[in-house]
Design a protein around this ligand. Sequence first.
Ligand SMILES: [Fe+2]
Ligand SMILES: [Fe+2]
Length: 273
Amino acid sequence: MLIAQLTDTHLKPGGRPAYGRVDTAGLLVAAIDHVNALTPAVDAVILSGDLTDTGTAGEYAVLRPLLNRLRMPWYAVPGNHDRADALKAAFGDVVPFAPAVDFAACVVDDFPLRLIGLDSSVDGVPWGMIGTAQLAWLDATLAARPDALTLVFVHHPPFETGIGHMDVQNLSDGEALIAVLRRHPQLRHLACGHVHRAIDTMIDGVPVSIAPNAAHAVTLDLNPSAPSTFTMEPPAIRLFHLNPWGHLISHLTYPGRFDGPHPFFDKAGGLID
Ligand SMILES: [Fe+2]
Ligand SMILES: [Fe+2]
């Protein structure tokens, strides 16, 4: 099974550039076309928040036809730039949001790898929180299928990256989230967004990553007083591959045209010198 993670697409109304210069709509279309063209085919796409820049219905209306280009099922959770209620209203016909709860979490039981999306958005603030009610829901949801290998995805990461201006707005109850995940050995990975960079770590035995962005990247500056800036690094997308041994392998793939592929070996089987 192969999953692509698109994150932090930051769509603007009318497809306007984000921050005056980032063609987020155009870069998303390029990313989607890239995902659609991958072989073997991607089975599902997870979108880990900040789908829009301000969470208006108009922005979700611009985003929807772009996501409809995806040839495989897609699932989304909100980030701090979204509004959970507006996202639920816009995508509730596609994303299996959990019923009878006041957060926009979802569960997908259609694949060899179970997918659980969490809502870490808090109205009006940039930092994230899962909250005790959603943590209890997650614990019960994981306990219901202990034999189903599972990937959890959420917008805000539960760890400090070293990029100070982003670390002040990460997950406020990250320790509690990790404590729940640790209780369920079928958990294979926690996939996050928010920081617009490819970052990997492990917390108390739980593998955790942040996905890179297919549009703008947060500038890599580990100086504690680094200003809040972005950089147009090469767009990138994280893939998760569940192999036959139950290992979840992460790769990065880069939309765009590049020289190659070129063979290592000639027709006689010799290494090309
Ligand atoms: Fe973002
Ligand atoms: Fe964010």
